[in-house]
Design a protein around this ligand. Sequence first.
Ligand code: NDP
Ligand code: 8X3
Length: 254
Amino acid sequence: MHKTVLITGATAGFGRAIAVKFAENGYRCIITGRRKELLTELEHELRQTFNTDVLALQFDIQKLEEVEKAVESLTDDWKHIDVLVNNAGLAAGLNPIHEGVIDDWERMIDTNIKGLLYMTRLVAPMMVARGKGHIINIGSIAGKETYPNGNVYCGSKFAVDAITKGTRIDLLSHGIKVTQIAPGAAETEFSLVRFNGDVERATHVYDGFTPLSAEDIAEVTYYVTTMPDHVNINDLVIMPTAQASATNLVRRET
Ligand code: NDP
Ligand code: 8X3
């Protein structure tokens, strides 16, 4: 019986690469996100390239009713989720707190914290019932250190850090592994989303150094699932070699 992974935010960036990595390694994949056409494209790619079973669920993770409906739609065949990757998330804006955009704050909190909680609340009971499973939360270096103008995004990722630790404690007696992966600078659609589609500004974020790629994060996400049953990787901070902390980054002259 092939194992099953459910990945939130699989239409782009880390989530898409994670889906490819797990499919390559024989997993059946439940892929989720809002953009239907990208889900369909990935669904076909995974089926054709890896001959894997794929289930695409389109929903907005900010909306509890949509998340509930999607999870409730799982047939018995798909309910046996071995690995849940809580990856969907975003940064919106980079403003000092007194100039913050309330709608940006709501989206970050609703997606990065509440969306992750909704998924965990709905999927964890199935793992508890089986006494087995692995929850992997994608945090960030922004959940370890605050940086100028990062305020609410950092707050949302500090919350992921705390929720991951709390989840691990609560699920300890149920045999469920809980891991956080906390990346530094990685080039995906992340900066494009943060700067509201401003390609010029988004591209400059990665000037003069080699950022992490989505495939780098997929590699470590799969890696943490390959440990023996008695080993759990609690927390993994991964950065580009050019980065030492949220604010220490060396850039070559360009
Ligand atoms: P991308 O923007 O490339 O991908 C984000 C994914 O999240 C997309 O698939 C998007 O799908 C999904 N998503 C966003 N909002 C929602 C929503 N409301 N409902 C459902 N899905 C949603 O970013 P990354 O791959 O870089 O980011 C993935 C995670 O990694 C995030 O949690 C981010 O905070 C974190 N991270 C990113 C870093 C980076 O430097 N890139 C570093 C550290 C952490 P769709 O738009 O189709 O809904
Ligand atoms: C994304 C990395 O440094 O932009 O979480 O916050 S950072």
